[in-house]
Design a protein around this ligand. Structure first.
Ligand code: CP3
Length: 345
């Protein structure tokens, strides 16, 4: 059946009648229907209750008409299952208690059995497949080891990645041990999602762009390669590798693996595709802030990205990062409609 899905066909670089489109953070606070559910429940409660998670997963499919659903969850639920206490505070973002800064700390972290300890995610995937009834495919996801390590070490988001880089540069064995443990957890988590029914996967390396190319190569790339080599049903379930702010070392991101390379807006799409090679698909790359511009300006930018893709099989339209929470909802609706109309072959 999957052969009929525009999105999955594009992931495999097959010819499509128009460019498929979905948006990172398509389920979220910019949408009134989301706010309504969120007013009654905390964010983590929504992640852990499969009925609520699925309700919100479906909202952008219905409101925007996107070509794929992405499971409503968060990359940090895996870190919680590894043994850290996780909290989300209004306006503050995620907080993890007792950040890990030593080998003893790394040794205390567990590699969870995702099937059991993240059973609510697997249940949500099964329920989402049921409710989607084949309308669009379902994307599962995980954070990449570097991005998860940065939260584990910093205990929160960071601008400087001071503690992460301190560990990397002064206790490289400890850092590698942490990356290895996270990679083990990610592999089991993503394989469990495949078995639960995820039809594609995205790995988010949201903060890896803080690294110099040679540090990416030394500290990140081998762990990423092991993940891509260890996923079940490769070929069957395409994997999108999104490395944010990584334009200076895109070739290395490509070498790390993935059927689709996700790119941000800091590099023109044509240049990115040329550099990763036309034997992988590409996803991107409208600046999410462009959605605050007038419709004519959004359209100009959509046309530009589509022109740069040259109707070559294997382009999936997306933003270069997640939808901003203050984005006018009608602009997001208009964007999806525009991509569909302007990309018709
Ligand atoms: O894309 C989707 O629609 C699926 C849902 C999704 C969420 N988070 C929902 C969410 C996905 C794929 C994520 C992944 C995620 N979480 C990433 C990687 C993607 C990226 O943006 O780079 C990261 C870095 C996180 C960690 C995280 N979770 C942050 C930094 C925040 C924002 C904190 C804030 O207040 O702005 C979250 C919370 C979060 N994740 C929200 C949503 C809808 C907002 C929660 C709320 O309603 O208050």
């Amino acid at each position: 059946m999957s052969e009929e899905y525009l999105f999955l066909r594009a992931c495999r670089r097959e010819e499509v009648e128009r460019t498929p489109v979905w948006l990172m953070r398509q389920a979220g606070r910019y949408m009134a229907a989301y706010q309504k559910v969120r007013a009654e429940h905390s964010f983590l409660e929504m992640c852990k209750n499969p009925k609520l998670a699925v309700q919100v997963t479906l909202q952008p499919v219905e409101r925007l008409g996107v070509d794929a659903a992405i499971l409503f969850s968060d990359i940090l639920v895996l870190v919680e299952a590894m043994g850290m206490k996780l909290e989300f505070h209004e306006g503050l973002g995620p907080r993890l208690h007792e950040p890990v800064r030593s080998l003893e700390g790394v040794e205390k972290l567990r590699v969870p059995d995702a099937e059991k300890e993240l059973g609510y995610v697997m249940e949500a995937i099964k329920l989402a497949r049921e409710k989607l009834r084949g309308r669009v495919p379902l994307i599962g996801f995980s954070g990449a080891p570097f991005t998860l390590a940065s939260y584990i070490i910093e205990g929160q988001g960071s601008r400087s990645f001071r503690f992460t880089k301190e560990m990397m540069f002064s206790q490289p064995e400890t850092f590698h041990a942490l990356m290895e443990k996270i990679a083990d957890a990610v592999i089991d988590y993503l394989n469990a999602q495949i078995h639960a029914g995820a039809q594609a996967l995205q790995i988010f390396d949201s903060w890896v762009g803080c690294l110099a190319p040679e540090d990416y190569e030394r500290y990140v790339l081998p762990h990423m390669q092991r993940i891509f080599a260890s996923l079940d049903a490769r070929g069957e379930v395409p994997v999108i590798h999104f490395a944010n702010q990584a334009a200076t070392f895109l070739e290395k991101v490509r070498a790390a693996g993935g059927d689709v390379i996700g790119v941000d807006w800091r590099i023109p799409l044509d240049e990115a595709w040329r550099r990763v090679g036309y034997d992988v698909a590409i996803q991107g790359n409208l600046d999410p802030m462009a959605l605050f511009a007038p419709l004519e300006e959004i359209e100009r930018r959509v046309r530009d990205i589509l022109a740069k893709a040259e109707s070559r099989p294997g382009h999936i339209f997306n933003l270069g990062h997640g939808v901003h929470k203050d984005t006018p909802e009608e602009k997001v609706v208009a964007l999806v409609r525009m991509v569909k109309e302007l990309s018709a072959r």
